[in-house]
Design a protein around this ligand. Structure first.
Ligand SMILES: *Cc1c(COP(=O)(O)O)cnc(C)c1O
Length: 394
């Protein structure tokens, strides 16, 4: 089926599933097999040589996993897609497949914690140079990219203060020096943002978050230009960070409700951001949908919705954070984001746990900051919950 004219809500239900499955199964069968049997040695040989479609061994390809890959390929308007056991597996396989000793990467200081560790600790061991720019300083990034680099690694909105990068502008700068642009699109989800349409070459998702949507499954996805995805796929076959079919099924099922979940989360987050923004106990609210947000104009240009994550600083420091978070009823205090249920945490317990208070301060991360990943609950119930907890502050 040609999905190019259809919207994401339709694609997330039907992509990869328009054919009827064996035995007339309406849902995707979980093909729980490691290996695939052939009656004919010549046919097996043809498949093994890649001259004919088919599966050989599930570390390489599996029919259930292929359906998931087709879904993200269509949703991100990509040529090709590959899946992984986690978001970090997708990120590390991408970097190690595309870079080599002497390569140079330009990225931002606010990328996901695990990605930062790769940049600061692991890639330098292989003599790969990484330059991390101030997040949101587009002039500095353009200067660093123009010096020459092989890969530009971007993330927008970022954790935890939802900074916004101009994807068209930065992928344009990367093109001038023939660098590959990779965008981690986890926070936005394909419902709100399609980096490939803005000039990126590859998009990465931690499908653990919005795509799976229920905080019950780890999964990573990469999609984009065919030859780049193929290079990454060949590395993953050997690296072995493959997705198993049962997990793929969980993500496929989650993805069917992606659009309605994300639309609700966009709405909830916007209403909650406005409520907090006008609350006397709240110092600052970080949400790209607010006109006061530094990246609002760029976000408006490149996103269809502003996402389900916001953060805010309370008056009264860490004590106020404890009072409010310990008294919220409709939230789990936990890492992760993008689930149907609301999750909240602080940088000192999640993304920036390894830093000292002074180091966090240097990054502009206050001890009174709360990250709030909005679920699909009723908007009024969430606002009432926050309102009651905030009322406890003296
Ligand atoms: C969670 C996350 C990752 C890592 O994904 P896992 O599935 O936990 O390995 C990468 N990038 C972003 C933006 C994330 O939020």
């Amino acid at each position: 089926m040609d999905f190019s004219r259809l919207k994401s809500g339709t694609a997330s239900v039907w992509a990869g599933e328009t054919e009827i499955f064996p035995e007339g199964s309406h849902t995707v069968p979980i093909v729980n097999t490691v290996t695939f049997a052939y009656k004919d040695l010549e046919e097996w040989h043809e498949v093994a040589k890649g001259n004919r479609d088919g599966h050989i061994y599930s570390r390489n390809t599996n029919p259930t996993v292929s359906v998931l890959e087709e879904k993200i390929r269509v949703l991100e308007k990509a040529e090709s897609a590959a899946s992984f056991a986690s978001g970090m597996a997708a990120i590390s396989n991408t970097l190690f497949a595309l870079l080599k000793p002497g390569s140079r990467v330009v990225s931002i200081k606010d990328s996901y914690g695990g990605t930062s560790r790769l940049f600061l600790e692991f890639l330098p061991r292989f003599n790969i140079e990484v330059t991390l720019c101030e997040t949101g300083d587009h002039e500095q990034m353009e200067k660093e990219i123009a010096k020459g680099c092989d890969l530009v690694y971007l993330e927008t909105p970022t954790n935890p203060t939802l900074k916004i990068l101009d994807l068209e502008r930065l992928s344009g700068a990367a093109k001038k020096v023939a660098a590959v642009t990779v965008v981690d699109n986890t926070f936005a989800s394909p419902v709100n943002q399609n980096p490939l349409l803005l000039g990126a070459d590859l998009v990465i998702h931690s499908a653990t978050k919005y795509l799976g949507g229920h905080s019950d499954t780890l999964c990573g996805l990469v999609c984009g230009r065919r030859e780049l995805v193929h290079q990454i796929f060949l590395f993953r076959e050997i690296n072995g960070a493959s997705l198993n079919p049962e997990t793929a099924y969980n993500v496929i099922r989650g993805m069917k409700t992606l659009e309605i979940r994300v639309e609700r989360q966009n709405h909830n987050a916007m209403q909650i951001a406005k409520f907090l923004d006008s609350h006397s106990k709240v110092d600052k609210v970080f949400y790209p949908g607010l006109e006061s947000h530094r990246g609002h104009e760029i976000a408006k240009k490149q996103m269809r919705g502003f996402g389900g994550i916001l953060s805010f600083e309370l008056k009264g420091g860490y004590d106020a954070v404890k009072t409010v978070l310990h008294n919220l009823k409709l939230v789990h205090l936990a890492a992760s984001l993008g689930s149907v249920s609301t999750l909240a945490g602080t940088p000192r317990t999640t993304s920036h746990v390894e830093l000292t208070e002074a180091q966090r301060k240097e990054l502009g991360i206050s001890e009174s900051l709360v990250r709030y990943s909005v679920g699909i609950e009723n908007t009024e119930d969430l606002i009432n919950d926050l309102s009651e907890a905030l009322d406890l502050l003296g």
